[in-house]
Ligand binder design. Structure first.
Ligand code: GLN
Length: 279
């Protein structure tokens, strides 16, 4: 018979290649036992039955093969909401909460909000929950991602309109107050060189051409037709992309700011569409 403590030690050893072996071992075992981590750690001498041992073995093997922890556990917290996660979409990142918070500064009841490349639906659903009076539309080109996003919105009881399509293409002449987007932004050259877990997430959600800026170029060009005068554009950016994205926005936008995430890294570009040009 194996105790909780022994099982954790053995799993930690097997997971030594993953970034946080002990913590992952604990999360996976508490999932198998159906108790909180704290409760499990308070009962370290409890013995696992055969079924639990086998179930734990299966989960540890998946993690050892570098499947992301959140795909195995099936959920991730975003803005305090528990979202379902699986391989249909990118796992919501805590970094993206900085983008959500920036967008929320400009969202009031009655505002029309558009979330481009919604993926798991994290931004759209969290915004609708935190400002229920807003009218939220979300698009994604991936049908798989949209099905997960719909499940997430339903799970949170957030009424979001989901539309399948490439960026603005399904939206015709709709104009909104705030556009928010965490588009793919990793340069193609990094494919195959990312953290093993990230490589297990959908490539469609990650890579954006040779310089990673493909979607920012398109959004900078197409957003003005979909924003009301003075409307806000809030974008997540990757490492070192702040200046390039700012440069793309100078012509049509004002008040262009680059904001940091909680780790102090530049993570968000926020800008307002110029008021209508006077002739
Ligand atoms: N933040 C993600 C990462 O670093 C990338 C997300 C994206 O491309 N939008 O893996």
């Amino acid at each position: 018979m194996t105790t909780v403590l022994e099982a954790l030690k053995a799993a930690e050893q097997r997971l030594k290649e993953v970034p946080d072996p002990r913590l992952d071992a604990e999360w996976l075992l508490s999932e198998v036992l159906g108790v909180s981590r704290l409760e499990m750690l308070l009962n370290k001498r409890r013995e696992l039955n055969q079924g639990e041992e086998a179930a734990y073995e299966a989960l540890v093997a998946r993690r050892e093969a570098r499947e992301p922890l959140q795909y195995i556990l099936g959920s991730q917290s975003f803005m305090g909401f528990s979202l379902k996660t699986d391989k249909r979409a990118l796992i919501p990142r805590n970094d993206t909460e900085a983008l959500c918070e920036e967008a929320l500064k400009y969202i009031r009841p009655g505002c029309k909000v558009l979330d481009l490349c919604t993926g798991s639906g994290a931004l759209a659903a969290a915004i609708k929950k935190l400002c229920p009076g807003a009218e939220v539309t979300a698009t994604d080109i991936s049908e798989a991602a949209l099905s997960l996003a719909r499940e997430n919105a339903e799970r949170l009881g957030a009424e979001v309109r989901f539309v399948r399509g490439d960026l603005f293409s399904p939206l015709a002449g709709d104009k909104c107050d705030v556009i928010v987007s965490n588009p793919p932004y990793i340069p193609e050259s990094l494919r195959g060189r990312l953290q093993a877990e990230v490589e297990r997430e959908p490539a469609l959600a990650l890579f954006a051409g040779a310089d990673g800026l493909v979607f920012y170029r398109r959004i900078a060009k197409e957003a003005p037709a979909h924003l009301l005068p003075g409307g806000r554009l809030c974008l997540e950016i990757g490492d070192g992309q702040g200046d390039a994205v700012k440069a793309l926005l100078y012509e049509e936008f004002i008040d262009i700011q680059v904001l940091n995430d909680l780790n102090g890294l530049p993570r968000v570009v926020s800008a307002a569409l110029k008021e209508e040009k006077r002739l």
